[in-house]
Write a protein that binds this ligand. Structure first.
Ligand code: AP5
Length: 222
């Protein structure tokens, strides 16, 4: 069956559920998940110069400069698996300059998903978030607790997941979100991210299946 590969961007405030939805999306649609924050944390873990510089900004909840982020994302999108399977870009672009830079390299999304979550919920999500360093899975002490004691014992917390830091991250998000949204208005789907992760995924899933159907119809017509 002919099927154009999906190219998706997902955006939303800190802890709005981007990573959680990306886990669910990739397990069903087999897209390459590219998370700007994960790429940056990998640079930090590797001890690179870019990683050192990036961490200074991440600790203040500010955007890492374009000269680091843009090429990093572009390089990952340029790898063969992204072209073969399609991609799911998480946490990028966060400014109009990041959006236009990507467009200039020829990467254009089919759909822009925005997760909308009230601010008072976000702090609670950040503070309770835990990560499994073995599987990379995202947990929450209350909303998505680990399946067993073994996993519970090895969970870690991100260095920027404190109440104080999430407020700074949120401020940065609020300053930039409108300028990015205005560039993708015609392909944006807004989803209420305050619902359970299963309900949020059902809405995203239906937007993605619609998109695939349109692509197949479009290809049949040509
Ligand atoms: P990044 O790593 O992208 O962090 P973020 O945007 O703050 O988003 P998070 O990863 O915190 O949250 P999420 O939306 O993925 O939520 P999750 O699914 O984990 O960026 C970190 C930093 O890197 C930035 O501050 C910046 O400095 C830098 N950076 C990154 N990209 C950049 C760029 N493009 N340019 C410049 N700088 C950049 O969920 C959160 C918690 O809630 C989890 O515990 C989860 O289990 C729980 N949860 C999720 N969904 C639900 C639900 N529906 N109901 C209940 N609980 C839920």
């Amino acid at each position: 069956k002919p099927r154009k590969h999906l190219k998706i961007m997902i955006s939303g405030a800190p802890a709005s559920g981007k990573g959680t939805q990306c886990e669910l999306i990739t397990s069903k649609y087999d897209l390459v998940h590219i998370a700007a924050g994960d790429l940056l944390r990998a640079e930090i873990a590797a001890g690179s110069e870019n990683g050192k510089r990036a961490k200074e900004y991440m600790e203040k909840g500010q955007l890492v400069p374009d000269e680091i982020v843009v090429m990093m994302v572009k390089d990952r999108l340029s790898q063969p698996d992204s072209a073969e399977k399609g991609w799911l870009l998480d946490g990028y672009p966060r400014s109009s300059s990041q959006a236009t830079a990507l467009q200039a390299f020829g990467f254009k999304p089919d759909l822009f998903i925005l997760l909308e979550v009230p601010e008072e919920i976000l702090v609670d999500r950040v503070v309770g978030r835990r990560l499994d360093p073995v599987t990379g899975r995202i947990y929450h002490l209350t909303y998505s607790p680990p399946e067993n004691e073994e996993i519970a014992a090895r969970l870690t917390q991100r260095f920027d997941d404190t109440e104080e830091k999430v407020k700074l991250r949120l401020q940065t998000h609020n300053q930039n979100v409108e300028s990015v949204l205005s560039l993708f208005e015609d392909i944006t789907v807004k989803v209420d991210g305050s619902l359970s992760k299963e309900v949020v995924f059902a809405k995203i899933d239906s937007a993605l299946s619609n998109l695939i159907e349109q692509n197949i119809l479009g290809m049949a017509a040509t």
